[in-house]
Design a protein around this ligand. Structure first.
Ligand SMILES: [Zn+2]
Length: 356
């Protein structure tokens, strides 16, 4: 029997399946500036989308913080206890000064934002099933597994979202992870090693962190890239392998880890994809998901440059302009039988109305 959770509450149909909370952003006396990560990028994405009048505060879904019980669905108590040591969190987040903070501050200023983003990914999983698609503006902590964090990732949000769906949503028994962040997603790979319900496709720079040879054994479709890979080659590989992955796996849900550290000039990613290339990549993935009629959950994952937030917002706007994401389309195209039933009932209501 699954535990009681606040993360699967009903969302008003007037909301976009876009999940966010101001609590995502890490701000603490400039400490966040010591990491190459733009620790306010999530809020900036939302601000750009508001400026473009795509969304408003009351039309997005407010993320809730994942509780200890929620986290225990995947994490070991041993691991969660380790996060009570500031030096452990300093190592995982790669913000060395965190080492000198008392743990209550580390909890409040660093881990709470990450737990809220984790709650957001879990919530977006259910929304994707209900609505055909969902975007968590944060999350995508793909280096964290049940018993180990690293590379800024303290909680295994992708594993959690999938396990919640398997446990709580009837008809969801197969998932495909499409991980297009510049780094190998060794966290979810370790978590789903030998789990045949989860198919993993991973496209990454073969020479950078984490180079986790053991975790690579969990990848069903591995695309290793060289330094400085550019748009044409990249987009062709993404297109071919996304199509191949979906034909091979036929999942009930796609988890799309849409890291933007593939961007040209990224100090960590080592690839050379243009902003337009990122927009085209997201478009290709959503197009494939929609043409196969598979619900898709997107998380934003890595991406460390100042211009990243603008690119993510541009990509979401592009998806909307092309009709690949929309409130109405989402419900009418969803594979979920519950949604189809709702639509049929509402058509029935309309028919009755005209009869009266
Ligand atoms: Zn990355």
């Amino acid at each position: 029997m699954p535990h009681r959770t606040e993360l699967y509450h009903e969302v008003p149909p007037t909301c976009w399946p876009i999940v966010y909370s101001p609590d995502y952003n890490i701000t603490f006396m400039g400490l966040e500036k010591l990491h190459p990560f733009d620790a306010g990028k999530w809020g900036k994405v939302i601000n750009f989308l508001k400026e473009e009048k795509l969304i408003a505060d009351d039309l997005i879904v407010q993320a809730r913080e994942a509780t200890e019980e929620d986290l225990l669905v995947v994490h070991t108590r041993r691991y969660l206890n380790k996060l009570k040591w500031s030096f452990v969190v300093a190592t995982i987040t790669e913000i060395p000064p965190v080492l000198f903070l008392p743990n209550f501050l580390v909890q409040r200023k660093v881990l709470k934002p990450l737990r809220t983003q984790t709650g957001g990914t879990i919530m977006a999983g259910k929304l994707a099933i209900d609505r055909g698609w969902a975007i968590n503006v944060g999350g995508g902590f793909h280096h964290c597994s049940s018993d180990k964090g690293g590379g800024f990732c303290a909680y295994a949000d992708i594993t959690l979202a999938i396990k919640f769906l398997f446990e709580r949503v009837e008809g969801v028994s197969k998932a495909t992870i499409i991980d297009l962040d510049a780094h190998q997603g060794n966290g979810h790979e370790r978590d789903f090693m030998d789990d045949h319900r989860v198919y993993i496709m991973d496209v990454y720079n073969r020479y950078i962190y984490p180079g986790d040879g053991f975790a690579k054994r969990a990848i069903k479709r591995k695309v290793e890239l060289d330094w400085g890979t550019e748009d044409t080659e990249y987009l062709q590989k993404v297109q071919t392998h996304v199509e191949g992955a979906l034909n091979e796996s036929r999942p009930d849900i796609i988890i799309y880890n849409a890291g933007t550290d593939i961007l040209d000039g990224d100090p960590l990613g080592g690839l050379a994809i243009s902003p337009q290339g990122i927009v085209k990549r997201d478009e290709a993935v959503f197009r494939a998901a929609r043409s196969h009629r598979i619900p898709i959950l997107m998380v934003t994952s890595g991406g460390y440059q100042k211009r990243t937030a603008r690119i993510i917002a541009d990509s979401i706007l592009n998806l909307h302009n092309l009709g690949l994401i929309d409130k109405e389309l989402a419900t009418s195209e969803a594979k979920n039988p519950k949604v189809e039933l709702m639509i049929r009932e509402s058509i029935l209501d309309l028919t009755n109305l005209s009869l009266q």
